[in-house]
Write a new protein. Structure first.
Length: 246
């Protein structure tokens, strides 16, 4: 009999703990209806109460970059409208990170689908959703993802722990001068005047030679868990992309 009561008590305690965890989780990330006062750029807005909100999971172009205006104009649809905000903590600039919804549309994801942003620091629960949306936008040349005339000429291997990218060129001889490599953040490498069939690009220090190029970064570039390699030609058109960890 004592065992029976002990089991019942144990189940009650477990249920109480589980329900409290759920309640705490809900309180930490409540969905709130808010009035958007203005937008700052393509991924940042200000609420009526003065709170600055940075959209989670995405990174839109900066002022000096192509498609800055298009991304900023897209977010302006929220100005003076009531949106749903689901907060997810703060970033290093003390801005509120959040998922934002308007008329049942998940705005963060829509911006990716329209080709107006890169995915960036995606939440674990949304990795596949955002990676698939970006891949679809690139394949369909949405927004900023206009294909280079050399799109699909490159293949790549990424050793994120050793910080080495290997690029394999399967097309005719290409002069890669002023082509750009980026990750999901804003780290950029610009190619010197070079042609290659295979080249290794090291994030660290070194002297360029016929088989290896060096980014000369003092810090790591590639995340060990998940990230994306993007290669743009000198016109800024996408030539290759390689997500990993998604």
């Amino acid at each position: 009999m004592k065992r029976k009561y002990a089991l019942i008590l144990s189940l009650l305690i477990t249920g109480l703990i589980a329900s409290n965890v759920y309640i705490v989780s809900f309180i930490k990330n409540p969905a709130e209806s808010v009035l958007v006062s203005r937008t700052i750029d393509g991924d940042t807005l200000v609420l009526e109460n003065g709170e600055t909100v940075r959209l989670l999971n995405i990174n839109t172009p900066e002022k000096n970059e192509d498609y800055y205006k298009e991304a900023a104009d897209y977010l302006k649809q929220l100005e003076n409208k009531t949106a749903i905000v689901k907060r997810q903590g703060k970033d290093k600039y003390s801005r509120t990170l959040a998922r934002v919804y308007l008329d049942d549309k998940y705005i963060n994801l829509e911006i990716i689908e329209q080709g107006l942003a890169k995915k960036f620091l995606v939440e674990q629960s949304e990795l596949k959703e955002f990676s698939d949306a970006e891949a679809q936008a690139i394949e369909n040349e949405k927004g900023m993802w206009t294909h280079s005339e050399n799109f699909n000429c490159l293949a790549s291997e990424i050793n994120q722990e050793e910080e080495i990218i290997t690029l394999i060129n399967s097309c005719q001889q290409i002069n890669f001068q002023d082509w750009i490599i980026t990750d999901e953040s804003r780290k950029r490498y610009k190619f010197p005047s070079i042609s290659f069939s295979v080249i290794n690009i090291h994030s660290g220090q070194g002297n360029d030679n016929s088989t290896s190029l060096f980014w000369n970064q003092k810090q790591s570039v590639w995340n060990n868990d998940f990230d994306t390699l993007y290669v743009f030609d000198k016109e800024g058109n996408i030539a290759h992309y390689h997500p990993y960890g998604y």
